[in-house]
Ligand binder design. Structure first.
Ligand code: EPU
Length: 421
């Protein structure tokens, strides 16, 4: 096993290139199964979650080749298997996208799903409700979701909660269904739009992605041969923006869509940080002091839950008391105890964290409790005095491409070492 050793404090300065979005890539690649042809996907982040997914697609019969680290050619013409057992999907949280993709392709699917996640239970009842509305029969046996959907029919589906996963999964299932499917109260995240753009380029008829009503007219087949480029990762971009502010730095975050960053940009400005936007980059220059603010995480275009742990580290430095209300997940503050060991003053009650700021953190051994919490621990190590060791870094490897290389190029001092050292 490996850990990160961080010598702090440091100030991040310079430019960083943002990779393709993890949460778009893990949906677009399964969508290639529906294409039944060759898809060329560019700007695919080279991260653990994507490597696991490409392995799953290969085992289902897809021919995967890589033109370079970030360009994947996915030939799904010979896929003939609709079963993804536990051994294949156990380390892949987003394996649920295989359900929508496989029923669109084969009219049936058997996919084992990982259970709870590192920050609580992750239900898929809204995905199932939608599949059933489209005429599928869904059973869960021995941890395997079995779907029989020999004839998927368009349906009107109202999501009880705004769910990114359910929105994308139902879009995948509906692409070749008979008639029109309408998903109401759908998620508006940029990766929903990215998947719709990929499918439309292959011949699908999806309108309204990015709004809360998506209409999908089923088509007979999708054509291969197209190229799609994954959108930039707004969470990686946000992580670097927050890190620049927290380390009293000055960083140009490149290859992004600034519009996707609006909720964070607004909060950083409220905190006294200077944010300069251009067409495809944002420059973040830290202020002398960080002002306390209140934040509530919400589905897009609200403040992203996936930046909540990272912004907590920044608010720990603010003058005064800040609050963060988690509006998406039931339990996403496990990392607070780790930060407290470094000197943070955080009180968590249910979905609300109260952060008493103006604290100087001191380096300590801490663990990553999930992917984004792991990024927050690294950030805490960058601002803390002395040596911080972050263990459980497998979580960070799941979702950030070349995280340490990118941070070190900006002036961080981080080494990846074996935990035996
Ligand atoms: N929910 C239900 N029923 C469902 C589905 C969701 O009650 O059938 C609830 C969840 O419990 C949660 C809320 O709805 O309270 C939102 O869940 P959503 O389905 O939107 O989450 P997801 O699709 O499973 C994606 C990202 C997460 C991100 C959330 C919210 C991927 C692969 N994952 O998860 O990203 O936190 O949306 O934005 O796209 C991460 O990247 O670190 C990460 C966890």
């Amino acid at each position: 096993m490996e850990k990160f050793v961080i010598n702090g404090p440091c100030s991040l300065n310079g430019e960083v290139n943002i990779s393709g979005a993890k949460n778009a890539a893990v949906a677009v690649l399964p969508a290639a199964l529906i294409v039944n042809g060759i898809s060329r996907v560019e700007n695919v982040p080279d991260i653990k979650d994507v490597r696991v997914l490409l392995d799953i697609l290969s085992k289902l019969g897809a021919k995967i080749t890589k033109e370079d680290d970030n360009t994947v050619i996915c030939d799904t013409r010979e896929v003939n298997c609709w079963k993804a057992p536990y051994e294949l999907v156990k380390s892949m949280r987003a394996s649920y996208y295989l359900l929508g993709a496989l029923i669109a392709r084969f009219g049936k699917a058997e996919v084992s799903l990982p259970g709870g996640c590192d920050f609580g239970f992750r239900p898929i009842d809204q995905h199932i409700k939608g599949f059933e509305a489209m005429g599928a029969t869904v059973e869960i046996e021995h941890g395997i979701v079995k779907i029989d959907a020999s004839e998927l029919k368009g349906a009107q589906i109202y999501l009880d909660v705004v769910s990114v996963g359910a929105t994308i999964n139902l879009m995948l299932a509906a692409v070749k269904a008979k008639g029109q499917t309408i998903i109401e109260n759908s998620a508006k995240e940029p990766h929903v739009v990215d998947v719709a753009n990929f499918l439309n380029a292959m011949g699908a008829n999806i309108r309204g992605a990015g709004t809360d009503v998506i209409k999908i007219k089923g088509v007979d087949h999708l054509k291969g041969g197209g190229t799609h480029s994954i959108i930039p990762d707004m969470i990686e971009a946000g992580t670097f923006m927050i890190a620049a502010a927290a380390t009293k730095g000055d960083v140009v975050v490149k290859n992004i869509i600034p519009k996707h960053m609006e909720s964070l940009t607004a909060k950083l400005i409220e905190m006294g940080v200077t944010v300069i936007e251009d067409e495809d980059f944002i420059r973040v220059i830290s202020g002398k002091k960080v002002k306390n603010v209140n934040i509530m995480t919400l589905p897009y275009p609200g403040f992203p839950t996936d930046l909540q742990p990272q912004v907590t580290v920044l608010l720990n430095m603010a003058e005064g008391v800040s609050t963060i209300t988690e509006g998406v997940w039931d339990s996403r503050f496990q990392y607070a105890d780790e930060l407290k060991r470094m000197g943070a003053k955080i009180k968590v009650e249910g979905r609300i964290a109260v952060i008493d700021g103006a604290n100087v953190l001191s380096g300590a051994p801490v663990k990553a409790t999930d992917l984004r919490a792991g990024a927050a621990m690294v950030m805490a190590g960058l601002v803390a005095k002395g040596r911080t060791e972050v263990t459980n870094i497998k979580y960070i490897d799941r979702g950030y491409e070349n995280f340490v290389q990118k941070l070190n190029a900006l002036g961080a001092d981080i080494t990846r070492v074996s935990t035996d050292d």
